[in-house]
Design a binder for this molecule. Structure first.
Ligand SMILES: [Zn+2]
Length: 256
């Protein structure tokens, strides 16, 4: 564990930092931009490791489109089926979530305009990835090859499953000669602009053309289970408002 992991408080509660606050941060101008062809050079394979169905679109729905356009090989790894998102809900029992959430992901990828990618579903327990990180690292290392570019959630993202995927991928990459790229998702919630806990020196901005951003926005609407409230429990949507808008800026951020 690095010192930042020990000292940075990463609470996902309340509304978090607003999209507007992030949009207005002058620090963006100081972050270098990067192209999809630099993130995944010609001939390299992109491996996207998503803790839950939807993280692949929230974090890198723009990059996925640019990779498809440049003809990159793609392997999508679904770590969990996301069946713990609606605790105690009569409307969304776990077996329904296990069935519906992967379907939502498939529809979202189709909306992005992607051909069905190679897809590995690991079916690890949603909410329990941290306890299985060494196992996950082994499963991934068996499938990675030198030269792969592995994209996953940031090791300090704030959600235990997201952080565990970051650590497991870091370990699998060093064992296999693949290269790790981390992506903040919930980090935008707890961090603030210029936050000392964010590794800005490793951050690169991928600008998204308007049409790419528009398809990413449309794809996110496929996740009805996450973006609609639950009348059976009275719970609000899981991803809506700022949680959604923070990931719909005209760029995506990658930590090299
Ligand atoms: Zn997630």
């Amino acid at each position: 564990m690095c010192t930042a992991a020990a000292t940075c408080e990463r609470r996902i509660e309340g509304g978090g930092t607003t999209s507007l606050a992030w949009q207005g941060w002058p620090g963006w101008a100081g972050l270098p931009t990067i192209g999809a062809d630099e993130l995944v050079p010609p001939g390299a394979r992109a491996v996207i490791v998503a803790p839950h169905p939807d993280d692949e679109i929230l974090a890198c729905g723009g990059l996925l489109q640019l990779l498809a356009a440049q003809g990159s090989d793609l392997l999508l790894v679904a770590v969990t089926d996301g069946d713990a998102s609606h605790a105690g809900s009569p409307l969304w029992p776990q077996e329904r979530l296990r069935r519906v959430r992967p379907q939502e992901s498939a529809q979202a990828l189709e909306t992005l305009g992607l051909a069905p990618p190679a897809w590995l579903r690991l079916r690890l327990p949603d909410g329990g990835v941290a306890g299985m990180a060494p196992h996950l690292a082994t499963l991934l290392a068996e499938r990675l090859q030198p030269g792969d570019r592995v994209f996953t959630t940031w090791r300090l993202d704030g959600h235990p499953d997201h952080e565990a995927c970051g650590w497991a991928c870091a370990s699998a990459c060093s064992a296999s000669g693949a290269t790790l790229v981390e992506m903040p998702v919930w980090g935008w919630h707890w961090a603030v602009p210029g936050d000392m806990c964010v590794p800005w020196h490793r951050a690169r901005r991928l600008p998204l053309p308007a049409s790419v951003l528009q398809r990413k926005r449309a794809a996110l609407h496929c996740f009805a289970s996450q973006m609609q409230g639950d009348p059976s429990t009275g719970q609000p949507p899981i991803v809506a408002g700022d949680a959604l808008q923070r990931l719909l800026h005209a760029w995506e951020v990658y930590f090299l």
